[in-house]
Design a protein around this ligand. Structure first.
Ligand code: GEK
Length: 245
């Protein structure tokens, strides 16, 4: 796993964050050190796939990056004749993801095919789905696009189908918000990011990653037509929500 040193470099400048080849190369290390609860989110995606994916249906990993959630879903699926569609609009991510999925020779691989596609999740058709994963991806869409995507997801799910929505969130209480951000930065320092790397990354993500409150997410899910939603994981300002049609 190549170490993420992107924001340690003097040459990085103040360009907004992009999912380019430099990021794709260090991505597993970046997520492991930056997102509290990331490993737990993947573990749960496997367990939820075992429970919610039904025979003959499709599963979607939207904003799949290198396919970590795709592989977790594939390992978890118990039902027959399913298919996973994994989509990302970063060519660098998709190129690597295709190699990673092709190198999966587990027994799960022969059972559940995966189709990895370069594309925008705002245009991905979702049909006959029993499970959809948005693992830390919705936060990169504009606010209007989020409503539309969540609506298309609920419409594309079979009754009882599941959405896993993991996100960085904000707290509407400014005191709590400041505490959670501080705890997250401390977590990054413990994971060997310097103060300079942390502040450069924070500036680069401004206007690129737009967090909402948990209530905002749950209201959108309910308005779109999900019957149930709830937070199953929270670690500082990172949450994972499950929503059931
Ligand atoms: C994981 N889910 O490892 N269309 C397609 N992809 C997009 C779009 C879009 N409109 N916008 C952003 N992305 C993964 C981690 S990373 C999370 C997901 C993070 C993609 C983007 O290219 C990137 O690969 C991914 O969403 C977000 O479980 O970096 O914090």
């Amino acid at each position: 796993m190549k170490e993420d040193k992107i924001y340690a470099s003097q040459e990085i400048g103040d360009a907004p964050f992009r999912f380019n080849s430099a990021v794709a190369e260090v991505f597993p290390d970046m997520l492991r050190r930056s997102i509290p609860g990331y490993a737990a989110s993947l573990e749960a995606i496997g367990s939820l796939a075992a429970r919610y994916v039904t025979p003959g249906t499709s599963c979607y990993d939207l904003g799949c990056s290198l396919g970590a959630a795709t592989l977790a879903m594939r390992q978890g699926i118990r039902a027959a004749n399913c298919r996973i569609f994994s989509v990302d609009n970063s060519a660098a991510m998709i190129e690597r993801c295709k190699g990673i999925i092709a190198a999966d020779h587990s027994s799960a691989a022969s059972k559940t095919p995966v189709e990895v596609t370069l594309g925008d999740i705002r245009d991905t058709a979702i049909t006959n789905a029993s499970m959809v994963v948005l693992n830390y991806t919705l936060q990169f869409l504009g606010l209007n696009d989020r409503d539309e995507l969540i609506k298309r997801i609920v419409d594309g799910l079979v009754p009882g189908g599941l959405l896993v929505l993991s996100e960085k969130v904000i707290d509407k209480d400014p005191h709590m918000q400041a505490l959670l951000v501080d705890l997250h930065h401390e977590h990054k320092r413990r994971n060997d990011y310097s103060q300079l790397e942390i502040s450069r990354k924070r500036a680069a993500l401004e206007d690129v990653l737009i967090p909402e409150t948990v209530a905002g997410h749950r209201d959108r899910l309910a308005a779109a037509g999900f019957a149930h939603s709830g937070v199953w994981l929270r670690y500082f300002n990172f949450v994972s929500i499950v929503a059931i049609k």
